[in-house]
Design a protein around this ligand. Structure first.
Ligand code: CTP
Length: 412
């Protein structure tokens, strides 16, 4: 929940893309943000106020003069509470009004009153967008510190094609999240281009969490993996523009934004899902803690206790990563080695045996690294034998480092 505690005021104006703002609200809330929607009167022609109220869980502001129950002077209250203001879609009209400081409705007034960073996603017909007046207004907003999220090119609702389409909600949410989670909100905004550059068009397959192996209908053999490292990698890969498939064991974590999640339980189910996705993958990052053994038989009924000791007969599970190493063609393969002793030695052996491009090794016996914590301390070992140790970092930061290495190998 990277936007937990963040307050976003979303302005929705009257364009056909207003419907996409519903998904933007939904994604922002999923990431933990509190979202307050201000609609222009024209926007209510496209999507109802009720839709945004339901999806945001907050009252929706449209009219300046309506009896308000939640805020004293509503446009001032919203202007002040915002950590960030986003206008998506932004029509030529709101852009023009903002450029000259017209404040004649709730949204334009709030825009004038806020000191929060403002992100504007223009969406309109190409000719309107390219009109020098609109371009001049956009330039004016830029010079005043507004952050412009460039429209995408493509087929437009008016039947023409060209620049003017609202970028996908997932991309807009990425930009907003990056702005809110970076240290310096006044720094240059990340555009879709910047974020999607590194892994755009690449399919990245990530596995996360521990697999579980049933003994009977109520019991299983499992491990301590929570999935945090793999989820952080999947989320970061999606932010960088990759098409991400996350094969996940049972975990309490929510699906990362923009990631296709396949939930499995056992090692054999993970193998099946991974093998199906493998041929088209550019890289596979296997952070899952896969059970090496499973009970030879799963009891149909709950096993009852007796006076005797109980011996479990376990059989070997397939080693998924080893199998990928044998099958590998163009794919970059990344393994993890969670060890409690001789970390580097064991990691090097796994790297060679499983035919990996690099391996992420960590000592899970350390209190601040490994299972169930937000931080990790890793060593990266590559095919040439080079070992790079990293200091204690958040799993999110480490995800970025691992993906930088993946991108480097993919380039080669
Ligand atoms: N792995 C896998 N299939 C398995 C076991 C492990 O794909 N049946 C993958 C893990 O996802 C990880 C890497 O192999 O990326 C190393 O996993 P680990 O459990 O540390 O190694 P093992 O090969 O199982 O060796 P050991 O348990 O003896 O340490």
């Amino acid at each position: 929940m990277e936007l937990q505690g963040k307050k976003i005021v979303l302005g929705v104006t009257g364009g056909i893309a207003a419907y996409k703002a519903v998904e933007i609200v939904s994604r922002l809330r999923k990431a933990g943000a509190e979202v307050h929607v201000i609609m222009t009167k024209e926007a209510t022609q496209f999507v109802t106020e009720l839709t945004f109220r339901e999806i945001s869980g907050q009252p929706v502001a449209v009219d300046m003069w309506e009896k308000v129950t939640h805020f004293n002077v509503e446009h001032i209250a919203l202007a002040q509470l915002a950590d960030l203001m986003l206008i998506a879609p932004a029509t030529a009209n709101i852009i023009a009004k903002a450029a000259v400081g017209i404040a004649d409705d709730m949204l334009s007034t709030t825009l004038l009153a806020t000191k929060a960073p403002i992100y504007v996603a223009p969406a309109m017909n190409t000719n309107m967008y390219e009109n020098p007046i609109t371009q001049r207004n956009i330039a004016e907003l830029r010079s005043r510190g507004f952050h412009i999220i460039e429209p995408a090119a493509g087929h437009l609702a008016c039947g023409t094609s060209g620049k003017g389409r609202l970028p996908e909600p997932v991309d807009i949410v990425r930009i907003v999240s990056a702005a809110l989670t970076s240290q310096d909100l006044t720094s240059q905004p990340l555009t879709c281009q910047d974020l999607t550059g590194q892994l755009t068009g690449q399919k990245i397959l990530v596995t996360a969490g521990g697999t579980i192996e049933p003994l009977d209908p109520v019991r299983y053999i499992g491990n301590r993996s929570t999935g945090r490292m793999g989820y952080a990698i999947a989320e970061e890969a999606a932010r960088r523009g990759a098409e991400v498939v996350l094969v996940s064991g049972p975990t309490v974590l929510e699906d990362p934004a923009g990631v296709r999640v396949i939930r499995i339980e056992t090692a054999r189910q993970m193998r099946e899902a991974v093998l199906a996705e493998f041929p088209k993958a550019a890289a596979v990052i296997k952070s899952a803690a896969v059970a090496d053994y499973r009970p030879a038989a799963v009891a149909e009924q709950k096993i009852k206790k007796s006076e005797d000791d109980l011996t479990l007969h376990l059989v070997r599970n397939p080693d998924i990563l080893y199998e990928l190493g044998q099958k590998k063609e163009h794919q970059v393969l990344v393994g993890f080695a969670a060890e409690t002793c001789k970390v580097e030695e064991y990691a090097r052996k796994k790297l060679a045996k499983k035919n990996l491009d690099f391996i992420v090794a960590n000592d899970v016996s350390e209190a601040d690294a490994g299972f169930g914590v937000e931080t990790n301390r890793i060593k990266l070992i590559d095919r040439s034998g080079r070992m790079t140790p990293y200091p204690l970092m958040s799993k999110k930061e480490l995800a970025g480092i691992i993906l930088d290495h993946v991108a480097e190998v993919l380039e080669k």
